[in-house]
Design a protein around this ligand. Sequence first.
Ligand SMILES: C[S@@+](CC[C@H](N)C(=O)[O-])C[C@H]1O[C@@H](n2cnc3c(N)ncnc32)[C@H](O)[C@@H]1O
Length: 258
Amino acid sequence: MKNKYPAERKSRSTELKGRLRSKDFEGNQEEVREIFKEIAADYDRVNRIISFGQIERWRHRLVSIMDIPEDGIVLDLGCGTGKLTKLVANRIRGGKVVGVDLTPEMIQIARKNLPGEYENVVEFSLGKGEDLVLRSNSFDVVTSAFTLRNVNDLKNVISEMKRIVKPGGKVYSLELAKPTLPGFREIYRFYFNRLLPLIGGVVQGDSKPYRYLADSLKRFPNQKKLKGLYQSAGLVEVHYQEIFGGIAAIHQGTKREN
Ligand SMILES: C[S@@+](CC[C@H](N)C(=O)[O-])C[C@H]1O[C@@H](n2cnc3c(N)ncnc32)[C@H](O)[C@@H]1O
């Protein structure tokens, strides 16, 4: 296939590489990294099964509402196997998408999955959301999908997302949320807390990562509180839209112009 990305992307790529340094990964994120290391190879397949094929549609929905300049520079935080990163890359011409993730095994798969024609537009790097080694005010858009639930320090991560986005730029996240509709809420809880670890055990031979998934959602703030955290970080025009009765939600906020 013809390379659709012009040569000028090369120079942007080199410029970005200068901003990204390798990180040291000490701290208590070892457990999260171990879980994603364990599930990396099966991550996409299992997600398709447990979300009844909806997960890709949700990522598409996120990308469809994203306000990205054609030549924009975008960060995909917690890029995992790079599904969202690639969708974002399809939206830009002359820009760059950087996928950052805590887990080397997820990044390895992202690199392996990436078709050659994206090489000049997508860059993957190890890093953690709590402490991004990226310049302030350097990205047009910062986005993440299903990452925030896993981070150690959510407030800090949102404030890092805001720090690196340019004034007027946007911060987005797609994350599992808490259904509000009585009845549906209980069914969903049953599915998530009881059935999912069983299905995970059968499909992947280990239920631990799926118990972790259920626990991480329990600890995570509901969609209204997450909106409040965006606002507390200083983002403006903050709002969210629920997906499928509140199973998931897309949040967005804007960094105030100077
Ligand atoms: C559930 S996966 C989501 C992957 C991808 N965004 C997607 O749409 O499928 C969460 C990812 O976040 C990464 N992660 C967890 N904590 C992180 C942190 N503090 N900083 C950066 N990445 C993190 C994990 O390694 C994992 O790859």
